[in-house]
Design a protein around this ligand. Sequence first.
Ligand SMILES: [Zn+2]
Length: 182
Amino acid sequence: MKAIRHFQTITKHKIYVMRECFRVGLYRQGLLHDLSKYSWTEFRIGCRYYQGTRSPNNAEREEKGYSSAWLHHKGRNKHHYEYWIDYNVNAGKDGRILTGMKMPVRYVVEMFLDRIAASKVYIGEAYNDSDPLRYYENGRAGELMHPETRALLEKLLHMLAEKGEEETYRYIRREVLRKKEG
Ligand SMILES: [Zn+2]
C-alpha cells in the first residue's frame, strides 16, 4: 500500500533529521522539520506519486509540469533556500527580480543536517562523512541561494568531510549557533 510506504519514508527521514538537530541543540526545529509533509495537500500527492526510489514531487512535476506538493512545501519550510526567494529591493524601480535572501543561520544548519540525514537513509551502513559533500557537488545547487548562505553550507560540508561529525557539530554549537555548553 503506497500510503503506508510513503508514511514510513517521510517518518524515517524526519526521525533521522530530529536526531541530528538535537545533537546541535535545535530542539524545536528538530521536532517541526518537514511537518507539512503530513498535511493533506502534500501527503495526498506523496501517496499518489509514491515510487520508492525518488521523490514523488518529481513524478508529479513530470505529469503536470509543476509539483503542487513542492510549491506547498517550500512555502512553509524555512530550511529550504527556496523559501527565502523574494524580490530584490536593490534591483531598481522596474527590477522585479527574484533573488535568494540570506537565510538565518539556524535554518542553514537545518538544511545541512537535512542533507546528512538524507544521505544516511539513502546509503545506509556504507555512509561516511564525505558523502553529503559528494552529493552536493554532484547535484545542482540552486543558483538562487544567497552567496553567504551557500558559503556557510559549503564550509560545513567540507568540515564534515575532513574533520567528522564531532568536531563539526561542536563548531556549529559554539561558533555558528553560539549555544552555551550545558
Ligand atoms: Zn523539507
